[in-house]
Design a protein around this ligand. Structure first.
Ligand code: NAD
Ligand code: IPM
Ligand code: MN
Length: 366
């Protein structure tokens, strides 16, 4: 299989973890006889510095032609005082919107060997395995007007949703629940927000089409508490854009580190973008110690969702598991008695495991 992959490393650790993902994908390609062609383009702060805009048109054009897009992370303190449309984050929001990537799938599943890496009690974390489905192209991130008054004494951010935007993400969530444990938790703030009341009404309507799915409605404040006290109560969570952003960083605590979480930003048909949940991590950028697994597992999601390469995706996930079982850890996950290594070394160990497995398989089939 030959695929054209657009690579958008972005800023900070985005660049470092992207190198790891490319190496892992190259290893997959040689193991399975595929050809992945990488084309690197600018986004975020790197694009502002080079071209004066966080999302150059040529990046958009390239993504539209691609088989899939990989994104590292954008942002950093040097661009924090730019006006809102000229910040690195505006480039990310704009590429999501332009590509129509309304569904952001954020699986949160701890690896067994990382049970002790979470600050939460082992018995709380054990058994947690959820999929957070975040609406990605609507809500308060995109509503107009969004502005400051001239004298700087008042601001407006608008939360705007159309019914159809809610319907398609809620439908996606019901479909995902059918492929899992058939439990859907819809998270909203229906005791306060009109948008949440419409959201809840749509979930109730849709439920009639999916009688096998058990549905709960939980207010977002209570959901934040339950995520880290009774995480095993959740299977699929569906929620609007900003709630999903916040809850997924919180849920990453179950896995031991924000650096572990992958995501897929997709639409019904067409190109998908795969991005770790974390940001550019300015506090550790340039040190070579970023955890690359969120990015690498995002690449695995790309293989599965965009290319239908289930075995290849599973091989990557198994290799992550093996490396962790072997005790290798980047510092964000480290505890006593573990082998603390940097981004490059943990990636090399992961690739060693994939290669060793493929050699073992070929010997067995001789
Ligand atoms: P962040 O996710 O970058 O970092 C939060 C904390 O998690 C930091 O302590 C960081 O060191 C740690 N962390 C994050 N990724 C890690 C990894 N791979 N390995 C080890 N530790 C990791 O969030 P922030 O500090 O609030 O934001 C920094 C910048 O990133 C901001 O400009 C923000 O807008 C941007 N951001 C971008 C994205 C994205 O591009 N998808 C996501 C979130 C934040
Ligand atoms: C994420 C990030 C982005 C978001 C920011 C950088 C715009 O936090 O991907 O989770 O809020 O969507
Ligand atoms: Mn976020």
């Amino acid at each position: 299989m030959k695929k054209q992959i657009i690579v958008l490393p972005g800023d900070g650790v985005g660049r470092e973890v992207m190198e790891s993902a490319k190496l892992v994908l190259q290893a997959v390609a040689s193991e399975f006889g595929h050809r992945f062609v990488f084309h690197e383009h600018l986004i975020g702060g790197a694009a502002i510095d080079a071209c004066g805009t966080p999302l150059p048109q040529e990046t958009v054009d390239a993504c539209m032609q691609a088989d899939a897009v990989l994104l590292g992370a954008v942002g950093g303190p040097q661009w924090d005082n730019h006006p809102s449309g000229q910040r690195p984050e505006a480039g990310l929001l704009s590429i999501r919107k332009t590509l129509g990537l309304f569904a952001n799938l954020r699986p949160v599943k701890g690896f067994a060997s990382l049970l002790d890496a979470s600050p939460l009690k082992k018995e709380v974390v054990e058994g947690s395995d959820m999929l957070i489905i975040r609406e990605l192209t609507g809500g308060i991130y995109f509503g107009q007007p969004s502005e400051r008054t001239n004298d700087g004494n008042a601001v407006v951010d608008t939360l705007y949703y159309e019914r159809t935007e809610m319907e398609r993400i809620i439908d996606k969530a019901f479909q995902s629940a059918l492929t899992r444990k058939k439990r859907l938790t819809s998270v909203d703030k229906a005791n306060v927000l009109e948008s949440s009341r419409m959201w809840r009404e749509i979930v109730k309507e849709k439920q009639k089409q999916y009688p096998d799915v058990k549905v709960d409605h939980v207010l977002v404040d209570a959901a934040a508490m339950k995520l880290i006290t009774q995480p095993d109560q959740f299977d699929v969570i569906v929620t609007e854009n900003m709630f999903g952003d916040i809850l997924s960083d919180e849920a990453s605590v179950l896995t031991g580190s924000l650096g572990m979480l992958p995501s897929a930003s997709i639409r019904t048909d067409g190109v998908g973008m795969y991005e770790p949940v974390h940001g550019s991590a300015p506090d550790i950028a340039g040190k070579g110690i970023a955890n690359p697994f969120g990015m690498i597992l995002s690449a695995a999601m790309m293989l599965r969702h965009s290319f239908g390469l289930e075995q290849e995706a599973k091989d990557i996930e198994d290799a992550v598991d093996t490396v962790l079982e072997q005790g290798y850890r980047t510092p964000d996950l480290a505890g006593a008695g573990e082998r603390v290594v940097g981004t490059k070394e943990i990636t090399d160990r992961l690739i060693d495991n994939m290669t060793a497995k493929s050699v073992a398989n070929s010997i067995c089939s001789m």
